[in-house]
Design a protein around this ligand. Sequence first.
Ligand SMILES: Nc1ncnc2c1ncn2[C@@H]1O[C@H](COP(=O)(O)OP(=O)(O)OP(=O)(O)O)[C@@H](O)[C@H]1O
Length: 343
Amino acid sequence: MSAIATAPALEVKDVEVVYERRDRDPVRAVAGVSLTVGRGQIVGLVGESGCGKSTLAKAIVGLEKPRAGTIVFEGRELSPLTRRARPIEDTRLQMVFQNPFSSLNPRRRIGAQLAEALQMAWSGSRAGGDGSLRERVAALLELVGLPASASERYAHQFSGGQRQRIAIARALAADPTVIVLDEPLSSLDASAQAQIANLLVRLSRELDLALVLISHDLAIVQHIVDEVAVMYLGKLVEQVPSGELWQQPAHPYTEALIGAIPRADGERTLPVALAGEVPDPSAPPPGCRFHPRCPYAFDKCRVEEPAQLPIGRGREVACWLHEGAVEPRRPSELAAARAATTP
Ligand SMILES: Nc1ncnc2c1ncn2[C@@H]1O[C@H](COP(=O)(O)OP(=O)(O)OP(=O)(O)O)[C@@H](O)[C@H]1O
């Protein structure tokens, strides 16, 4: 097999994105992030508003130019050029935005918009596939659970969930291997959220499609992702397979995010409350960026930035509590053990 066929679908390596601002300090919205997404894998990128998720998404698809770092797509480093200047193969890396209404043209029939997306993909090196353009549009609509007759209608004639299906169909027109979806569920009601979540899982499995699912709400994505990458103030603080997330969150921020999710019985899952706001990314706290909000912070956390520490299979955490740890432990347990041994 070629190197490209065996490479991960997407590798983000030490990416940094800085917004320069007139008369104000620059914002380092993404402050050195590395993330690997395997083929067919669904990775949830979660964190509070303002932590840099959208900026990272834009850097991945070429809508923001990273100041440093590289994006490797199917084993090939992407050009640091803007999206328009990239070669056509790179359209296999697609993005879906939060509000499908604003990304669909209100004055053109859905079928025409999907046909255009198909033609753009075909104008590249790839073959057009079987069947006429009309049949391919119908097949795309079917793939996302809409009837062929949807092609005759306009965006405003659909519900929010249906519009998101159309936006996904348009991304699929490019025959992608990776789709980055920025808050694809958050503008939808609960039932549409569940339907689109199911659709995304099905598409990922059927098409061996890797998805990066961005959400400020861990509760929304928890059931559909294979892995969770937790972002805080421009950095990844933890990467964890979703199955282990509940049993063993390793970073105090992850623990707090989980604790904030209400359970069906009205109780909180964990007694850790997340106090305060995300600090200004143009002036991040020294040491660990989370330390001012961390219930377990100790001296080292206030001065030294934690490295990404491997803690078991496929897991990493940036937290000094885990220094020297050989397996994942809850931060509350580690803090208690530390308190017991520290004079
Ligand atoms: N064009 C810009 N110019 C200057 N600062 C920006 C710009 N876009 C984003 N920022 C800042 O960069 C930081 C990260 O923003 P970003 O939108 O990536 O975060 P986010 O986690 O996606 O949050 P949200 O869910 O609210 O979009 C924020 O402090 C934001 O104010």
